[in-house]
Design a binder for this molecule. Structure first.
Ligand code: F6R
Length: 242
C-alpha cells in the first residue's frame, strides 16, 4: 500500500484525476468504479475539467457504482444512481449506457446483488476503484465486522453512518436503513484501489486502516491485502498517522 499525503482536498482530487486520465489514455474503455459522498467530488471536478480542456478523452470510459440505497424510488435525487449520473456520467459527457450499478429497487434484492457481481466480472473487472472511508472505517457500505471475503450483498447501515449521511436528505428519518454494497472481496478484485480521505474527522479511521491490523472491525484495513492500493490523504486526515 502506498500512502500519499497532499496539502488539501483539491490537491488530492487533482492527483487522482490525473491517475484516472493516465489510465484512460492507456485503456480508453477502462471501467472506473466510483464512490459517492462528499470526498470524491474534487476528483470528479478535476477529471471533468480535463475532459473539457481536451487533455483526456473519456468518451469510451465505463463507470460503475460501488453501492446503492435500497428502496429509494428510481430517479430519487439521492439515489446513488442519480448522484453518479449527475456528478460523474453527465459531466464526463457519457451516456447512461456506459454506466452500471446495482438495482436498489429490485423486488429480489439478493438476485440483484448476484447479478451485479456477475455483470462486473463479465465487463472484465474494475480497472480503478475510487473509495472514500467512513468515520467508522467502512468502505463502500461494508460496515465494521463485514467479512473481508464478502461479495455484493444487502447491508444494514449503522446509526453512525445514517447520521453522517443525513445531510443529504431533508430529514434524518429519510435516510434508508438498507443498502446494496459491493463486498470487500468484490472491491479487492479491482486492479487498482484508490482511497481518498480528507478532513480531521477521518484521521482515526485512516490511522486504523493504514497502520492497524487487518481486521473486519476496520473494513478499510483490507486495502493492506491488495497488491496495488493507493491511499491519498490530506494533512488533516493524515494527522494521526505515526
Ligand atoms: C459511498 C461510499 C461510502 C463513502 C463514505 C465516506 O459510495 O462508498 O463508503 O465513501 O461513507 O463518505 P463521505 O465522503 O461523504 O465522507
Amino acid at each position: 500500500m502506498e500512502v500519499v499525503i497532499v496539502p488539501d482536498a483539491a490537491a488530492g482530487g487533482e492527483l487522482i484525476a490525473e491517475a484516472i486520465a493516465t489510465l484512460m489514455r492507456r485503456k480508453p474503455d477502462a471501467l472506473l468504479g466510483v464512490a459517492t459522498g462528499s470526498t470524491p467530488l474534487p476528483v470528479y471536478e478535476a477529471l471533468s475539467a480535463k475532459v473539457r480542456a481536451c487533455v483526456v478523452d473519456a468518451s469510451r470510459a465505463r463507470i460503475c457504482q460501488l453501492d446503492e440505497y435500497v428502496g429509494l424510488p428510481a430517479g430519487h435525487p439521492e439515489s446513488y444512481r442519480s448522484v453518479v449520473l449527475r456528478e460523474v456520467v453527465e459531466p464526463l459527457g457519457l451516456d447512461e449506457g456506459s454506466f452500471m450499478g446495482p438495482d436498489g429497487t429490485a423486488e429480489d434484492v439478493q438476485a440483484a446483488c448476484e447479478a451485479y457481481d456477475k455483470a462486473l466480472s463479465e465487463a472484465g473487472g474494475v480497472d480503478l476503484q475510487l473509495l472514500g472511508i467512513g468515520t467508522d472505517g467502512h468502505i463502500g457500505f461494508n460496515e465494521p465486522c463485514s467479512s473481508l471475503a464478502s461479495r455484493t450483498r444487502i447491508k444494514t447501515l449503522t446509526r453512525q453512518t445514517r447520521e453522517d449521511n443525513a445531510r443529504f436528505f431533508d430529514s434524518p428519518e429519510e435516510v434508508p436503513h438498507h443498502v446494496i454494497t459491493q463486498g470487500i472481496g468484490t472491491i479487492l478484485e479491482a486492479r487498482h484501489l484508490v482511497l481518498l480521505a480528507t478532513g480531521e474527522g477521518k484521521a482515526d479511521a485512516v490511522a486504523h486502516a493504514v497502520e492497524g491490523p487487518v481486521a473486519a472491525l476496520v473494513p478499510a484495513s483490507a486495502l493492506q491485502l491488495h497488491p496495488h492500493a493507493t491511499v491519498v490523504v490530506d494533512e488533516a486526515a493524515a494527522s494521526k498517522l505515526k
